[in-house]
Write a protein that binds this ligand. Structure first.
Ligand code: NAP
Length: 256
């Protein structure tokens, strides 16, 4: 146990199960003394979340579908009533229709494009807009991205486009909220076997190649990502904002 996040109220969005990147971050933040608010999408997810947090102090769960402004308003109004202030937000949410991750990129449907951008990009903006009202003591907002935003990973398709827009949104949000001492950064994670990742064609090939070629000759773990998130959420990173940090065992710097 440490106290880097002691008395900090942290909202974490995107814990689906024990393999979720958001769960790795939640565990690391808890170990540093944070009070956690975890969101879930539906009743099925609530059940698995309740099992995960059984026995943990100062952790609560709230429903939230980020495509609904009403859901978001209710979430932040409940947080305001109970906590008054929040210090950190972890946005670990993304979605694309499975057909848009299986078919060729040029076959992406208009509807699929809108859905991916709404859930995976607009949600960060919608969350930041509400979070800033409760970050009266300054704060840190983190999102999760992938190198498919910059380089082509066949099959990543519309998610690559969404991640590029997400990273640009990080910079614009960070610029605006900087005046309130709210920092906004993205972690560009190496591949991690999660529910969402399973939807990407050839994902196990990506894991294998990265393990072989990355500087550390391994894939990243939830602990690697949790540690970086604690750094970003805490005052240790007080001068860092608008950045995309690669936590990928060095893979992004390989030429061949
Ligand atoms: P995950 O465990 O499946 O988490 C994704 C989360 O997004 C789930 O909790 C999912 O909820 C939630 N979500 C989807 N649509 C939502 C909506 N409308 N409202 C609220 N929540 C919604 O997968 P993950 O890999 O940890 O993903 C977390 C983030 O990391 C994503 O942004 C992903 O793109 C990013 N990332 C992942 C990797 C990787 O290799 N895994 C690499 C780089 C970046 P339900 O499951 O309940 O639908």
């Amino acid at each position: 146990m440490g106290d880097l996040l002691k008395n900090k109220n942290i909202l974490i969005m995107g814990v689906r199960n024990k393999w979720s990147i958001a769960w790795g971050i939640a565990k690391a933040a808890k170990e540093q003394g944070a009070n956690l608010i975890l969101t879930y999408l539906g009743e099925r997810e609530k059940e698995s979340l309740d099992k995960l947090i059984a026995g943990m102090d100062n952790v609560e769960t709230c429903p939230c579908d980020v495509t609904s402004d009403e859901n978001l308003d209710e979430l932040f109004s409940n947080i305001k009533n109970k906590y008054g202030v929040i210090h950190g937000v972890v946005h670990a949410i993304a979605f694309a229709k499975s057909e848009d991750l299986q078919d060729t990129f040029v076959n992406t449907s208009r509807d699929g494009f809108h859905t991916a951008m709404d859930v995976s990009v607009y949600s960060l903006i919608a969350v930041a807009k509400r979070a800033k009202e409760l970050m009266t003591e300054g704060g840190s907002i983190i999102t999760l991205t992938y190198r498919g935003s910059e380089k082509v990973y066949p099959g990543y398709n519309i998610m690559g486009v969404a991640k590029a827009a997400l990273e640009a949104s990080v910079r614009y949000t960070a610029h605006e909220l900087g005046a309130q001492n709210i920092r906004v950064n993205a972690i560009s994670s190496g591949p991690v076997k999660t529910m969402s990742a399973k939807g990407v064609k050839n994902f196990s090939d990506i894991l294998e190649i990265v393990e072989k070629k990355s500087f550390l000759r391994r894939n990243v773990t939830l602990e690697d990502l949790g540690g970086t998130a604690v750094y970003l959420l805490s005052d240790l990173s007080s001068g860092l904002t608008g950045e995309v940090l690669y936590i990928d065992a060095g893979y992004n710097n390989m030429g061949l």
